[in-house]
Design a protein around this ligand. Sequence first.
Ligand code: NAD
Length: 491
Amino acid sequence: MAQQTDLILKAFLINGQWVSHEQDSFESINPATGQVNYRLSTANKADVDLAVHTAKVAVQQPSWCDMLPHVRAQILNRLAALITERAEDFARLQMLENGKVWTECKNQATSAAATFRYYAGVCETLGAEVTPSRGNYLSMVTYEPYGVVAAITPWNSPLTMEAQKVAPALAAGNAVILKPSEVTPSAALLLGELGLAAGLPPGILNVLTGHGAITGKALVEHPGVRMVSFTGGTASGRAIGMVAADRIIPVALELGGKSPHIVFDDANLEAAVEGVVGGIFEGSGQSCVAGSRLFVQRGVYDKLLEILIERTKRIKVGFPEDESVEMGPLATFAHRERIEQMVDSARQEGGHIVLGGKRPEQPELTQGAFYLPTIITGLNNQNTCVREEIFGPVLCVLPFEDEKDLIRQANDSMYGLASGIWTSNYQRAWQVARALETGLVWINTYKQLSISTPFGGFKNSGIGREKGINGVRIYQQSKGIYWSMDPRNLP
Ligand code: NAD
């Protein structure tokens, strides 16, 4: 497609300087309208090299590496305050780029500021350790930064993911090179700008825009990058993990999911349906923790399905800036095509599309990447839509007989990110929660998240845990120090 050169060209950030490439750029498209928002510069291999070099220099400067933790915390707190001030700008940029509804975009900006405040607190309070000595010596553990960390983020909740990586990585004393998704690059650029305003030395937070295959790949392969923190699809995570294995550097991988959402026959069905609807259709299903496999106990299957369909029919699909809208468009047109292919596969494999399964028909929505909330029954655990992550507003509903049957079906997945259980039997809730092979379990709620609780997946959903106090530790390496107390060893 010919590029419209009269559009704004956004630059990326290296060492406090904005760099742009007029000839090497890509477009940001508004998925609600199909219109081009602006152009962005592609950071090429030479840019990656410069960014890593300047980050390496910056992280070794006394102005950063000798900065006391409570002073670093002040910068993180200032950055939190600036994010709060600019929350509406962040929300608008995200809405323009991935089509998420306004309230959700604003909530994500608020939560990103809270993440910076949380890690400012952690930075000031988390200490090193003196370990139990087994002789006449003092033994200690200190925690040191890796140096230059690459943070690579997806498009579904860009600022949230960026805050979740950048805040702890900086609190840990690293320099960060942030590579946002090519679909949602602007929040990261604004974060880079505010980081400088908050007092981060130039080079401590560089932001590179571009595609994964060019900018992301060059970054992960660069010998100066000592750790990679990645959130995105399982296939990309595997590719990055292979490079990291070859280079013998640590990775934190937050990957895809196919989360089971479970309703027992003793559940509050109305509350469960609200949880199920929010769990899959919020953000148009473009959430790693989307409850995309709904297991309903046989005795309440028909009743629950009826309430669910009635509730889902009331979801208003439309333009994300309209505050009465619950579901905006999908983030890209290509993503909608992929989802349509998945739903077609369900049709071919004998599934019944009991709701949705198509684009909305209102003429004003035809230019956007809209898709209706979709409910599919009649599939089993071997079918494509039940096994593979769709990352869209598509819910597969399956019956189960008892706990044993449920656990077998729910755990029959290569993913293990999250799960939800609705029941009034506390003993059952506990037993099922312990038996589910997922990194997160919600009981009588769904998508409840907080920065203070570790987040991450089992199985192909990832390696490592972000958030929580120990979210800082993935950006540090421990060092054991033994110090003899034997006076005979002194002169
Ligand atoms: P993606 O894997 O296509 O891209 C994610 C990021 O990685 C982008 O910035 C992309 O440019 C970059 N990238 C892609 N290939 C790369 C490579 N070989 N080397 C370096 N960088 C590379 O994912 P997406 O489509 O942007 O996001 C959707 C996926 O993210 C879904 O699978 C979703 O489940 C997952 N996700 C997971 C979590 C979690 O916390 N577990 C959260 C949000 C999204």
